[in-house]
Ligand binder design. Sequence first.
Ligand SMILES: [Zn+2]
Ligand SMILES: [Zn+2]
Length: 342
Amino acid sequence: MKAMVLNKIVSLKENRTPLELVELQEPVPQAGEILVKVSACGVCHTELDEIEGRTPPPRLPIVLGHQVVGIVQDNGPGSKRFGIGDRVGIAWIYSACGKCSFCLDGSENLCKEFRATGQDAHGGYAEYMTVSEDFAYEIPDVFSDLEAAPLLCAGAIGYRSLRLTHMKDGQNLGLTGFGASAHLVLKMMRHKYPKSNVFVFARSERERDFSKELGAVWSGETEAESPEKLDCIIDTTPVWKPVVEALKNLKSGGRLVINAIRKEAVDKEYLLNIDYPLHLWMEKEIKSVANVARKDVREFLDLAAEIPIKPEVQKYGLRDANKALLELKERKIRGAKVLKIG
Ligand SMILES: [Zn+2]
Ligand SMILES: [Zn+2]
């Protein structure tokens, strides 16, 4: 089968073709697994972190890609949840131990043996992949393969971050950063919490305008003061300044949720601007989001079908994965980037 593999950690500034198109042996589904013929795989910012070594895959070469939609082609021994020909999705969570306290209470995203798709195991930048049948999802019929793929990461993690804010209908939500995940959060939040107002902080005027088109009541620069205090804020930026600046807008007892796997170090010293009485005192909280649990993916897919949320998609061939990644790096973004495979 054809696959785009990462052979070594590189800087995209120096190497504009980090992935290589190769011929790999088609994987064979083991006990409890399914073989999936991939039809679409979303391109995510996390792939840039993997390629550039901020979240390096433990073993190389590796096939990246964790927003996978495809058709079940074969069942491994004992697998019976899906029939041949069923459409399934695969997300960032590839497997977990199933036995620890986190796994047993549905927080398998925190399991010590958490393994990620396209990082700890081969992912969807390929014609085929295998996964445990317990870690695959039915895809609601309203979505095409290309539309469903980007929902599996940005959408599901956005859903988890919204859940972790503990917000209630009528409360004010702030979003700092307004990329793929944040714009999905805004859409689901307007549906789930119709009485709440959303305030958006973003660097670019285009993003600020876009957020207002989607229903934000106010938008301003990263360091702006919001016209009202906010009960909760979700940060989806890769840096620190937005976190520090957002904290001053948080209500007493409010919570800021950081939705990022890693933060870049470029502006780490900005944290020295934290003024305890202004930014943290009065029981303000900061919480991170780690990975996704299966429940997040399932609940989000249902919610997205109900609203419905249909992402705008930009399509690339498998062999153009490097081009898609570079454009993502250079912020040439028109909708979610998806590889159309097979
Ligand atoms: Zn992702
Ligand atoms: Zn576990």
